[in-house]
Design a protein around this ligand. Sequence first.
Ligand code: FE2
Length: 331
Amino acid sequence: MDAFDAIERNNLSFHLTPITIRDLFYLDKCPCDIYGHYNGRFKIMLEDGMKLLPVSLKKLIDDDQVHLFIYENALKSLIKKQQDNLVHSSRSMSIGNLKENAIKLLNLLTLNMNYLYQFPYNDEYLKLQYQSIKVLGNFLINNLEMHKTLYQDYIKQKHYYIFSQPMLSSLFLVGVLKASKIYSEREIENLFVTSYFKDIGMSSIPSEKFQIDLLDDDDKFLLSSHAEQSVKILQGRLSLTSNYFKIIEHHHAYSAMGRGLIDNSIEDSEFIIGFETMIVSIMDIIAAMISERPYRTETKLFDALELIKFIIADQHPREFKIIVYYFKKFF
Ligand SMILES: [Fe+2]
């Protein structure tokens, strides 16, 4: 019996793939058997076809069963169900409660970003994410008063930071660009989309390794070159002009300056990286600094703005003032 158990266990572990409990949010029914790892063995926690009630998910969370498993061949159908949810959510934004719709869209986009990172060259996944993020961009551009509530709710969801970082930095970006009053809605939408997809090159590193100390030299190289990787993945597949791809390519130029890693003057670099790249990069830095990471606590907004002052205030005093004004008002 023990030998049989061991064989069965091995067989399961070879064919199971990890998901998290988040992958089950917004589903009515269990799309397949869901396994947990319990007392050293895999055990079915939720059966295929059973109704997914909030109470069933809460019980799993209370029992610390948030890391779950499904058969590999069921993953695509789970993804399809969450993609259908995303399609429905982005198409019905204006029906019913706007705030709840927007919160749902943010969460579904983040969930589906995870799937896109797993399959970055899948055209359908990319197209869906692109169309849905444009819907959100439009919504954010026209509903500035809702940004803070959306931000607060989103933070509470505790999404994995690899997938929440582009959302947060892009949300701040819309607010600052609107506050600057020099960009058209179309330009803000394009910059929002650009900012949102800028880190997709990180998909070449397994997401569970983003605890820094788990990265080996190859991963560190991939991480340092993720901006170029993002361009490679996206070029020819998103309807953005080459200027926006330049922004993606150089979106870490200012964080490198902040860390003192490059010593060329901002004026020299600006010729290459441009003004919009600066705003995208600075929002990325602020969003990252004021957010908690598994390996560090968050930085105070004041300290983040002090760093930004050091990086841009001399060259861009007006923009620096807009950024400070925006964040002080926001928080
Ligand atoms: Fe990045």
